[in-house]
Design a protein around this ligand. Sequence first.
Ligand code: GLU
Length: 439
Amino acid sequence: MSTIVRFAPSPTGRIHIGNARAALLNWLFALKTGGQFILRYDDTDTARSTQEFADGIKTDVAWLGITPSRVEWQSKRFGRYDEVAADLRARGFLYPCYETADELDRRRKRQQARGLPPVYDRAALNLTAEEKAAFEAEGRKPHWRFKLAQKAVEWTDLIRGPVHIDTATLSDPILIREDGSYLYTLPSVIDDIDFGITHVIRGEDHVVNTAAQIEISRAISQTVPVYAHYSMLLGADGKGLSKRMGSLSIQSLREGGLECMAIVSLTSLVGTSDNIHPCTDIKELVDGFDLGKLGRAPARFDEAELATLNAKLLHMTAWSAVKDRLDYGNEAFWLAVRGNIEKLADAKFWDDVIHQNLKMNVATEDMAFIAKARELLPVEPWDHTTWKVWTDAIKAASERKGKTLFMPLRHVLTGLDHGPELAALLPLIGRQKALDRLK
Ligand code: GLU
C-alpha cells in the first residue's frame, strides 16, 4: 500500500515551530515510506483565511525543504461537503439543534454545579416537528450535530498504542454552524477519505476528536486512516508555545538568520528517543525516522538549543552549501571562519576583519617584538604553512613563546583577542595588509 499523508494548516496566520514539526513528521514519514505528502489548506473559515497567509505558508513549507505532491483548498470543496452533509442528514447521523450559545453555556454550568460532566444532553433529539417549526418561526436557524454511537471506539495509535474512547463520554460534535458554515471536523474527515489519506499524523490535542472522527468516517466510508498522535511541543518553561506564535513563526526564525536544517533537525528529533544533533542532509533524518521513537512525554522546545544547533550546523557546513548565499568570501575564507560563527551573517564580521584598514595601537612593551616580527614576515606565496614558518622564526629570534608570542600578533593582525586560527587567517589577510598592520 502506498502511503498518503497531509499537513493541514489554516491560512489564518503564519506557521510556527509547532506546525513545522507537524509538517516535518509527515514529510519524513512520506519520504521513509515512499509515499505522498499533501498540503491541505484548512480555509473553511473564509473570514479569517487569506491568500497572503496561504502564500506565506507555501514559502515556509518550501524553505523547510518540503515538496508537496499536491495542494488542496477546503474552500473549493464546499459543494462536496454539502453533498455529504445532506446524505448524513438523510440517514439520521446529523440532527438539528436550536440552542443558543447562552443556553448551552447555562446548561453546562448547571451540569458542572451538580458534578456532572458537561456533555450535551441531546435535548434537540426530542424536539417535535411543531417545536422545530416554532423555533424557525422565531427566526432561529439550527446548528447540526453528529449523533455519536455512544460506544467504545478503539484504534491502534502508531505512537500511543491501543486507545479506547467511549463516545458516550463526549458531546455530539457540532459539524455545521447556524449560518451553514463548517467547523473543522467534517471537512477534515471528508478530505481524509476523498484524498485517500492512509495515515493521519498530528498532535495529541486531537486524540479525543479522533474518536468522533472515526465514527464520522465509518458513517461515510469503509476505510478509516491509521492515526498517530505525538505529544505536544512545550517551551523550555513547560508552557505551551501558542502565545509565542509570532516570534516562533518560521518566517521570523528564517528572517532572524537561522538555517533551515537547524529547524528541521530540531523539530524532527525533539521528543524522540534520538539525541538532538545537527543534520546537514534530510537523508540522515529519513534513515533514522520511526514514529515509534516518539514518546508520550511532552517535547520541550528550547530556543537556546536551536541557536546552539544552528552554530554546530554551520561549523560542519561545506562552502558549496553556503556560497550562493554569500556575496563575498571563498572556500578558504569559509573554512577559516565557519567555526567562529553562530549565524551565517556573522561571517561578514570576519570578512571585515580580514579586509579592513586596521590601525592598532601596540603596547609599549610589545613594540620591539612586533617590529622584529614584521622583519621576519615570509615572502609570498603564502599558504596555511606560512604562519608556522613565521612564528617559528619569531620564536627563534625572540625570547617569547606561547601566549606572549601569539597574543600580540593576533591583536595587531585582527584587532581582537579571539577568532579563527591565524594559520588560516594570515593567508587571507595577505602580506601587504599584514605589513601595514604590523607597522
Ligand atoms: N487544521 C487543523 C489544525 O491545524 C488540522 C488538524 C489535523 O491534522 O487534522 O489543527
